[in-house]
Design a protein around this ligand. Structure first.
Ligand SMILES: NC(=O)c1ccc[n+]([C@@H]2O[C@H](COP(=O)([O-])OP(=O)(O)OC[C@H]3O[C@@H](n4cnc5c(N)ncnc54)[C@H](O)[C@@H]3O)[C@@H](O)[C@H]2O)c1
Ligand SMILES: O=P(O)(O)OC[C@@H](O)[C@@H](O)[C@H](O)[C@H](O)CO
Length: 499
């Protein structure tokens, strides 16, 4: 992070009442906030989403749901937050202007490697009733096709050998739950707030499988007593750039070491299944439902699949941010048609949601000219996003005899992207759990076969000519013509005329 312009006000408890009046600030007594939630993975999204809802709840007088933030990997965010009494700015960027608020919901921040015992004590504390997670979709170590927990990891082995000094989220959760069981306390609810299919079931599988490797009785107790509700979370939150930080300081006059910039839209749909009470989040717009699945399918197959599709093809075409991309008529038409022609007709009905109107809102959100969301961010962990976000639509389209050429083009975009360089030979940022795919992609060139044979990603569909052939044509066309030209031709003529 770079330094803010001069003459800004520091952000902390003492300066709160001196902040400019256009900034909305916590009007509750932060000292009276009791920690009911431990949150693991305090990234930009948690701070822009769950923490904002909890801050709003505290502003309504519900002060029993403060957050103890826990980080397993990054010390920096904790240092920044501690220096400003765990206060930070969330700036909502609407097309016509910014709204800034200070969020005060965090009562403590613990960087786990510095003090594992403090984290375990917080998890075992009676006041902790919910443990929420944003640890990324790959953090659960669940195989997309088998649905099983992958325990093959040195840190997991270490956590099994030395449970009192954990490294991983599973080690912490299971030891915390073990201490509660032994103390005769009720367990906490584990609330996943990550984008993934059936995130509650995934969290359950991961935690119970890890516990079973440690102690079968403990695993049974967790399986029986701990609730793992699924939730659908939505708010597009780019990574904060140094430019964002400076712009926020200039706009607000407040020197926040790590503000969050996000969109005005937010949504949280949660399965109403908690084992030790829950915050009354319905008071601040959270929807509690019996079945989150239709909402999650709607969001992941339109928004996250759309993001995935434009992320790779856009980056390869030399674009870097969503505002740039959506201002380009070719890419804007691509995502519009991908959603309307290929994905939306496959979606099941969602209670209370007009799927056409949802797409219109989504396109408006993506087109927000004041949100420069990084395409590189959208391109992370492709090997888990392709099977979760794109392939379910491909399979259903094949079964129903519906079109899926644009979906295949999106998959081909990823296969090309993970060669690690764009058409100008510039390196592309590849972040994810499968760096081993890069040399395979390079060696294969325009032959998608070796990657499509990766069963953990493509399962049997990778060898199905109804999918493999259009992907091969798309990959060849990308190489021959480049992304923009191929998209234009696909939109004009359909892939059958491609070669
Ligand atoms: N940013 C968004 O627009 C958005 C919107 C909806 C949902 N989400 C979900 O939130 C997650 C985090 O997004 P973000 O924007 O905050 O990213 P981020 O990079 O700002 O933060 C990720 C956090 O997860 C932690 N983490 C990563 N891997 C982990 C692991 N294996 N174990 C424990 N902690 C781990 C990191 O230390 C960091 O605190 C996403 O992966 C996604 O599932 C993000
Ligand atoms: O977070 P990921 O890596 O699953 O996906 C990247 C983006 O699509 C995602 O973060 C969206 O911005 C978010 O899901 C919007 O709510």
């Amino acid at each position: 992070m770079t330094h803010a312009p001069a003459r800004t006000l520091a952000l902390n408890d003492q300066t709160l009442d001196q902040l400019p009046s256009h900034i909305s600030t916590p009007d509750y007594d932060r000292g009276a906030l009791r920690p009911g939630i431990v949150h693991i993975g305090v990234g930009g999204f948690h701070r822009a989403h769950q923490a904002v809802y909890l801050d709003e709840l505290a502003r309504l007088g519900e002060t029993g749901w403060g957050v103890v933030g826990v980080g397993l990997h990054s010390r920096e965010i904790g240092e920044v937050l501690e220096a400003q009494d765990r206060l930070y700015l969330v700036v909502e960027r609407a097309p016509d202007g910014d709204e800034a608020r200070v969020v005060g919901a965090m009562t403590r921040y613990l960087y786990a490697p510095d003090d594992p015992e403090a984290v375990l004590a917080a998890l075992a504390d009676e006041s902790t009733r919910v443990v929420s997670l944003t640890i990324t979709g790959t953090g659960y170590r669940i195989d997309a096709h088998s649905g099983e927990f992958d325990a093959d990891d040195i840190h997991i082995e270490r956590d099994l050998e030395d449970p009192g000094n954990p490294d991983t989220v599973f080690g912490y959760l299971v030891e915390g739950l073990c201490r509660r069981r032994d103390a005769g306390l009720p367990p906490f609810t584990v609330l996943s707030c990550d984008n993934m299919q059936n995130n509650g079931a995934a969290a359950r599988t991961a935690v119970v499988s890890f516990a079973r490797l440690r102690d079968g009785e403990l695993a049974d107790w967790i399986d029986e007593h701990v609730a793992f509700p699924s939730s659908m979370v939505d708010r597009i939150t780019p990574s904060t750039s140094p430019e964002d930080r400076d712009a926020v300081a200039a706009h607000t006059g407040v020197d926040d070491g790590w503000p969050v910039v996000t969109e005005p839209f937010r949504q949280w749909v949660v399965e109403d299944s908690f084992c030790n009470g829950r915050p009354p989040l319905e008071r601040v717009g959270v929807q509690f439902v019996d079945d989150v699945r239709p909402y999650e399918i709607l969001k992941t197959r339109l928004l996250n699949a759309g993001h995935t599709a434009i992320g790779y093809l856009g980056y390869l075409a030399g674009l870097r941010t969503t505002d740039e991309l959506m201002a380009d008529p070719v890419f804007c038409a691509f995502i519009t048609r991908l959603m309307a022609d290929e994905i939306a007709p496959l979606l099941p009905p969602v209670p209370g949601v007009d799927i056409e109107a949802y797409q219109v809102t989504l396109l408006e959100r993506l087109s927000n000219p004041r949100m420069a969301d990084q395409l590189a961010r959208l391109g992370r962990r492709g090997s888990s996003k392709i099977p979760s976000y794109l392939l379910p639509s491909v399979r259903e389209a094949i079964d129903q005899g519906r079109p899926y050429d644009l979906l295949c083009l999106a998959v081909a975009g990823w296969l090309r992207y993970i060669r690690g360089h764009d058409y100008a030979g510039e390196e592309v940022p590849i972040e994810g759990p499968r760096p081993d795919l890069v040399p395979i992609a390079r060696e294969a060139g325009i032959d998608p076969g070796p990657l499509l044979s990766e069963m953990s990603i493509f399962d049997h569909i990778g060898r199905d000519p109804r999918f493999a052939e259009p992907v091969r044509l798309a990959l060849e066309a990308l190489e021959r013509e480049g992304p923009r030209e191929v998209i234009e031709r696909y939109l004009a003529t359909g892939q059958q005329d491609a070669a």
